[in-house]
Each structure stands twice: as C-alpha cells, then as structure tokens.
Design a protein around this ligand. Structure first.
Ligand code: HSE
Length: 300
C-alpha cells in the first residue's frame, strides 16, 4: 500500500490581502510518498531536495507531525507510515514551501485511509503544520495548495475558506532572489496597529481586486494590486525591490509586490508570454547585480 501525491507551490497575500488571499501555481511543488508498513508509528524515511535543512524527526517535521495528528484524530495510531518527501522548490522563499509539503502529506494520508475527511476538514491540521513551521497558523498558503485556484480566508475563527474565480488569462511571474527571509522574522517586524486611512485604502483595494476577479476586469484588478500596509515594511528585506517593481510595471505587469512573506516577488500579468518576458527581465537585472535567483512563470 503506497501513494504518491504532488501539491503545488502558492503565492500568499495576492499583494493586498495579507493572511486572507492566496493562489496556487501550476509549478513548482512538492511530492510526498507514503507507504504503509507493519511497525506502528510515523517515520520519515527519506527527504530529498532540501539540502539537509528540514528536520527528519517526524514530530518536528510538518509533514510527519500533521500525519500523526490525523491518525490520532481518527484513532488509527496502530498504523505504520513511512514518509518520503521530495522538495522540488526552495525553502523559506515565499512560495509556500512548508504548505506544499504539508498538504501533499495530508492529502496522501487521507487517500490512503479511504478519504475519511473532506478537504475542508483537512485544513485545520494544515494550519497546525504552518504554526509549527513559522509560529503562526496562517491559511493563505495551505488553502490554495489544497483547494487550487484563488482562495479567500473569509475568517479564521471559525475557519471559513472561499474559492474565488480565476480569470482565464491571469498569470504570474515569480522571482526568488537568493537571500534568506524566514517567515517567522518577516512577521515579527510588522506593526500590530495601522492607521485608519491606510486601512480604508487597503480594504478598497481588496474589494476592488475581488470584484475584478468576478468581472474578469483586468484594469480593475491592476488598479487594486497595491499594498499600503505590509510592503513598505517588508520590501526593505528584498534586494532591488523598487527597481524590479519599476521594470515589471514598465513591461506591462498588472501589479507587482511581495509573494507571501518574501523574499520572492510576484508580478501578475495578462497572459503567460508576458509573465515569461517579465521573469526573464527581472532575473537578468538581478544577475547584473550579482544576485542569483530562481524564476517561475505560471498560470494560476
Ligand atoms: N500571509 C503570510 C505572511 C504568508 O505574509 O506572513 C507567508 O507565506
């Protein structure tokens, strides 16, 4: 008995929706293989592609810990599960790396057990995994990785997640500059209080963006892709942020900002060719500045 599952990378926040909006990419993503064995307990057999960065103790690893939680919840701790994790994207990049592994693991264990839980019921376990990974159980990576497309976290208590429509031609270019920005640290530097006039501006953008998705109005989407609250603080951690924004906008991006907690940046485009053009231009710019990067162009 074994199962092999892929879960996609995600880009959280969608520029203006900190902790409430996220979207799934076509690629990259992570793969998890689970095998049933006779000895009870959850063990990590192998991790590849993580450059030795992830814990191999199943209680400390988000995939192992989440699978253990599901087995405990279902009273199936008698089962023996071996985990193989193949990381196919950079860790700590702002692409929902921990979320993709967690979701692949949760989806796999649920399938292996004959689907006792719905996808929505798997989400609270995934939030625990995010809490383990970065100190806070944010849902804007795990929800789109599990449900696909664009998701809105309408509320956390109780957890209510809504799938939003994806305009057909909406694509994105994502650049991961090779610097380290752990999510935990990128959350700690944020202010906990905001000014009312900035809040008004921000919720106008969020409402405009969501209306734009329903109306497939790329102009409205573009005018709404702006972040008054988080970007001014976090962008300081990202090399060449302002320059990359200028290049992306000049090339016709609908919007540009930080992907999740960074250091990846994201440019949204109408059409995949435009996304590829922007990915190439931004990577070339970073190369001139002697900064290595990974680049992805993806449909949503
Ligand atoms: N919403 C989270 C944050 C996403 O911005 O910290 C982390 O990937």
């Amino acid at each position: 008995d074994s199962i092999h599952v892929f879960a996609p990378a995600t880009s959280a926040n969608f520029i203006c929706g900190y902790d409430i909006l996220g979207l799934a990419l076509e690629e990259p993503g992570d793969e998890v293989k689970l095998t049933r064995v006779n000895t009870p307990g959850v063990v990590i057999k192998k991790i590849t592609g993580d450059e030795g960065l992830l814990p191999t103790d199943s209680k400390k690893n988000t995939v192992g810990a989440c699978i253990e939680m599901v087995l405990r919840h279902l009273n199936r701790e008698d089962l023996g599960i071996e985990i193989e994790l193949n990381k196919k994207m950079p860790i700590g990049s702002g692409l929902g790396s921990s979320a993709a592994s967690t979701i692949a693991g949760l989806f796999a264990i649920n399938q292996l057990l004959g689907e006792p839980l719905t996808r929505q019921e798997l989400l609270p376990f995934a939030l625990k995994g995010e809490e383990l990974a970065c100190g806070y159980g944010h849902a804007d990576n795990v929800a789109p990785s599990l449900l696909g497309g664009i998701t809105l976290i309408k509320s956390y208590h109780p957890l209510e997640v809504i799938n939003l429509p994806t305009p057909k031609e909406l694509c994105c270019s994502i650049i991961f500059p090779h610097v380290e920005v752990p999510t935990r640290a990128a959350r700690q530097i944020l202010r906990t209080q905001i000014e009312l006039k900035n809040a008004v501006h921000q919720w106008g953008n969020i409402a405009g963006l969501i209306s734009g998705l329903f109306l497939e109005d790329y102009g409205l989407i573009s005018r709404s892709l702006e972040d008054k609250l988080i970007e001014p603080i976090r962008s300081i951690l990202i090399p060449e942020f302002d320059q990359m924004k200028e290049i992306a906008k000049e090339l016709g991006a609908l919007g540009f900002g930080i992907s999740g907690s960074g250091p990846s940046v994201v440019a949204f485009t109408k059409g995949l060719d435009k996304a590829k053009e922007i990915t190439e231009a931004l990577q070339l710019h970073l190369k001139h500045k002697q900064i290595g990067s990974n680049g992805y162009s993806s449909r949503i």
